[in-house]
Design a protein around this ligand. Sequence first.
Ligand code: HEM
Length: 156
Amino acid sequence: MSAFSFFIGTMHGLLQVVPAVRAWLDSIGSPYGGPGHMIDPLAHAHINLVGGVTILGMAITYYMLPKITGKAMYSQRMAEHSFWWTTIGVSAFYIALLIFGFIEGNLWLTDPAQVPAIHRFYGPVISIAASILAVGFWVYLANVVMTLKDVYKKGT
Ligand code: HEM
């Protein structure tokens, strides 16, 4: 998932510097605000930094922590949960930012009065995606803390 996220994130990064795409993103507010901000930098930052870096960090933690401590992770089930909540969360977060960015961006240029009618759905949708993503982070954190708690309780 990390490698796939980096592929999507780098393709996104490449596309957003193509002059015609760059001009369109700038015309809808990127990187400072408006629908353009959703696509660049928000979607680009999170598919790379969360989908790529953070998920790789989780994988390395789950692989190395048992080797370092000599003790299995506290819960394999929590490891699975942290993978799926983070993966579904970051995918939903990225896709929602792109969809709202594109729809509102085009309205921004063609019929700005229509933007609020779409934007009122942005808050609830992005909050649900962000909350799913956050659950993934917190389950991962809990699994690491519980593993270390066991390690230090046994005084390895
Ligand atoms: C539950 C996890 C996360 C959520 C819900 C989240 C949400 C957000 C939101 C809503 C913004 C935009 C604020 C604005 O409108 O300017 C933002 C900005 C940003 N986030 Fe996250 N984020 C999360 C995790 C992360 C992580 C783990 C990283 C880095 C490893 C990260 C890197 C960034 C960066 C670099 C920006 C600034 C983009 C910019 O405006 O230049 N985020 N994040």
